[in-house]
Design a protein around this ligand. Sequence first.
Ligand SMILES: Nc1nc2c(ncn2[C@@H]2O[C@H](COP(=O)(O)OP(=O)(O)OP(=O)(O)O)[C@@H](O)[C@H]2O)c(=O)[nH]1
Ligand SMILES: [Mg+2]
Length: 420
Amino acid sequence: MNNNSIIISLNDDVSEIIDLANSLNYNIVKTFFQHRENPDVNSYIGSGKVDEIKEFIEKSNESISLVIVDGDLKPSQWFNLEKKLDIEVYDRVRVILAIFEKQADRKEAKLQVKLARLQYERPFVRELIHRSRSGEHPGFMAGGEYQVDDYYEMIKKQMKKIKESLKNIRYERELRRGYRHKGGFYLVSLAGYTNVGKSSLLNILSDEKVKVDGKLFSTLSTTTRRIKNRKVPILLTDTVGFIQNLPAYVIEAFHSTLEEIEVADVVLLVVDISEEKEKIKNKLKVSLNELFEIGVISPIIVTFNKVDLISEHELKDRIEYMQKNELLKDRKTIYISVKNRKNIDQLLELVYSSLPQLVRFKIKLPLNKDTQSFISWIYEKAHVFDISYNDSVSISIECNAYLHDKIVAKCKDFDGMPAF
Ligand SMILES: Nc1nc2c(ncn2[C@@H]2O[C@H](COP(=O)(O)OP(=O)(O)OP(=O)(O)O)[C@@H](O)[C@H]2O)c(=O)[nH]1
Ligand SMILES: [Mg+2]
């Protein structure tokens, strides 16, 4: 099968749909624009345009295997377009789901994508049932009406099963998160539009090598890694990217992944500063809105990435522009380049200063063999900012509330004493 496609759009800005098509490895042979207020009820673009496109496909030297519509198709519009053009037609959500299917690497992501796909297909299957009953589309799924009904029932059953499996995975995830918090770790999540550099940031902060790609939606599964630093133990989680105008059921299918953002102690909202100002503003709005929908109440650090792609002058101009933005009022912001490692230490400092309930306290321990391993354990789990040895040992510690309680209890076991 070839990978040539054409795009149909009602808007002039087709940059996003082109990125999406490319992420699915499609070449775009031509883009057709149709300027109209509202989509045509029957064919989305109107019959004149359909004829023009049909003629183009038939006469084209390159064989075209897909038509991509930059918008949401109603099942009847999709059916009519495919029938008229005699070629497969994807709308925007279908393209996104196809990318998701390609990128899903782990069990949870695969189930999430499958659920979203089944939900997406439901109204289309309903349309096919309707057409098949009226004799317009016999033979769907290699059978008649009876098999179509069967298929609809099968979708329902499959969705129920997937939801149950996802519930179990979600429960395991919750347990793991609980252990991490109790183990003294702070949880920081990366969030933001797709392709802004979230995975790249995780990689440099943790010496990890998760997949980084210029394509959209490289990351579908969450990865959690410890940030390498000498201070507080922090786990950083990479998450699936946002995109505008996704149906609620797709977001819902990724619920457990997005929960990582909801429960984080701090959220790093990554934004690509190298894009046009209006676009940045719009994506910032979408992202902040998404975080609000997810239910984030923790501090959000707006992390503008890719400053290396713009000049000093452009950066200054964008910073001034952003300072006027009401959405950023009272928010912590930072301008970084993952590529050039610019302001990465400053970003970490900002993360530390945003962590909640960081407790500073002192303990005194008798000096013996048993306490020695306890001290090593404290070093491993918490930030020790001062230690002094006399006939006993005094340690100044900074950590979260869970760990504080644990250290104080253990300290008493060793006949030591907390000194506040
Ligand atoms: N010039 C430049 N490119 C960067 C920087 N950070 C990331 N990139 C590039 O941006 C692209 C996307 O990076 P990723 O880290 O995969 O982005 P992501 O946000 O994880 O994307 P998804 O997983 O698709 O949501 C890759 O080609 C990176 O090499 C940066 O600071 N400067
Ligand atoms: Mg990624």
